[in-house]
Design a protein around this ligand. Structure first.
Ligand SMILES: Cc1cc2nc3c(=O)[nH]c(=O)nc-3n(C[C@H](O)[C@H](O)[C@H](O)COP(=O)(O)OP(=O)(O)OC[C@H]3O[C@@H](n4cnc5c(N)ncnc54)[C@H](O)[C@@H]3O)c2cc1C
Length: 413
């Protein structure tokens, strides 16, 4: 690719380095427009980096993100800021200033010798997912070993990883060190802040937040993923046993005025994906997906849903009215679901070893967006509207094109 000409414009701020933000920053760079790509996590790729496989192809989730991440971190017109959040925007006389908070990394990549002891120790203490291995955000080089990244929400700060680290590269206490504030002047802003998953346990019927065998969908994807703590094996979290039955409950908390009063749009497809993968890995297990109505909108998506049924996933039209723990003599309690199968009008109770609650996806906030004139801010990906990867990529490209058009038409800087 030809080197882009040096640009005279101020950089554009791209907030969030999920698939939408990566696409926007790269498209801007290809048009010769510099950008600051800021990401509050210590790695690029957003939520997709927490996934195992990607529907509709069912290929590895990592590969498409890897290409974009590598291109962004090596492009001379993209300045990547990992562990950096947008706190606020200030706008006066047509100028935009962004206030950023930069956090210290808990792992020093220059001292890390990639021995993996920190992760092993953390997992041996029963904390799944607090330390994950990710490609380094600033030098996304295919030959570079992945660096451990600490999740501030999951890390208990017990310090066991620091004790075993031979080079003292890791230090959980750095997670809590004060962030450094940085101000940047920028031409325009593209918000690509994505979504967070909300646990629907405040909804009365799912009110068992501490039950180890109840998962949210992202939690389940990490727990069962090939790069996850069990290397792709499907196990109960309560006792490590192979489950005999798993239920997926769609719209759990979504389309519900008590919690999230809208459809998260992508969950039917990823519920089907997870159910299919479990059935493939555990052909003997009974796998049921409870749905309100299956929303499989996209090229080939309806066929994907049919294939799930053909492969043995039981599709039940009905939203369970209650999930409760059923004690078993001498063994771990199972989970019981009371539901009406609306296709047969029968009210039934079924028992499962594991339950996945699917549907609580909420857009992340857009800090300071209201301070900007509408043509100076673009919004793409899940924070704009529920979007799967294909839709988020298209929206990222659209935002970059709109910003480029405004700047080339002499947008005031
Ligand atoms: C369980 C599950 C399975 C899925 N499976 C599939 C699948 O198989 N196929 C598919 O197509 N889609 C799937 N999806 C949907 C997919 O995850 C989304 O389409 C995709 O993540 C959207 O990308 P995004 O860039 O819009 O947002 P995100 O991936 O959420 O990325 C947004 C980024 O912005 C960062 N950020 C947020 N706020 C700030 C801030 N203030 N400052 C700095 N950074 C910030 C976040 O840290 C994050 O990295 C699945 C979703 C779930 C929940």
């Amino acid at each position: 690719m030809e080197a882009p000409e040096k640009s005279n414009t101020l950089p554009v701020l791209v907030v969030g380095a999920g698939v939408a933000g990566l696409t926007a920053a790269l498209d801007l760079a290809r048009l010769g427009i510099p950008s600051h790509l800021i990401e509050r996590d210590g790695f690029l790729g957003g939520q997709v980096m927490r996934l195992d496989k990607l529907y509709p192809s069912d290929h590895c989730a990592f590969c498409p993100v890897w290409t974009e991440g590598a291109a962004c971190s090596s492009h001379p017109l993209v300045t990547v800021h990992p562990l950096t959040s947008l706190e606020e925007l200030e706008s006066a006389d047509g100028r935009i200033a962004a206030v950023l908070a930069e956090r210290t990394p808990a792992v020093d990549p220059d001292s890390c010798v990639f021995c993996g002891l920190c992760r092993q120790t953390c997992e041996s203490k029963g904390v799944a997912g607090a330390i994950t291995l990710r490609p380094p955000a600033l030098t996304w080089d295919p030959s570079a070993p992945p660096v451990p990244v600490l999740d501030p929400g999951l890390c208990s700060r017990c310090g066991a990883c620091e004790t075993v680290c031979p080079t003292k590269a890791i230090s959980p206490s750095r997670l809590d060190s004060p962030a450094k504030n940085v101000r940047l002047e920028v031409a325009d802003v593209i918000f690509a802040t994505g979504f967070t998953e909300r646990n629907p346990s405040p909804v009365a019927e799912y009110g068992q937040p501490d039950h180890p065998d109840i998962f949210t969908a992202l939690d389940f994807e990490t727990w069962t993923g090939e790069a996850g703590p069990n290397s792709g094996a499907v196990k109960r979290r309560s006792n490590g046993a192979t489950p005999r039955s798993i239920a997926f409950i769609q719209c759990a908390g979504a389309r519900d005025r008590r919690f999230l009063p809208y459809c998260s749009s992508v969950c039917c497809m990823h519920g089907l994906k997870q159910a299919r993968w479990i059935k493939r890995r555990l052909p003997e297990a009974s796998v049921a997906l409870f749905y309100t109505d299956l929303r499989a909108v996209g090229k080939g998506y309806e066929g994907y849903a049919r294939a799930a049924a053909e492969e043995g996933v039981l599709l039940v039209r009905g939203r369970p009215g209650i999930v409760f723990s059923l004690p078993q003599e001498g063994s771990t309690p199972v989970l019981a679901l009371r539901y009406e199968d609306t296709a047969t009008a029968k009210t039934l109770t079924a028992e499962f070893d594991m339950v996945v609650l699917n549907g609580g996806l909420a857009a992340c906030p857009l800090p300071g967006e209201s301070r900007l004139e509408p043509d100076r801010a673009q919004t793409c990906g899940f924070c704009r509207e529920p979007a799967d990867v294909a839709q988020a990529v298209v929206q990222g490209a659209r935002s970059a094109a709109l910003v480029a058009a405004r700047l080339s038409a002499g947008g005031k800087l």
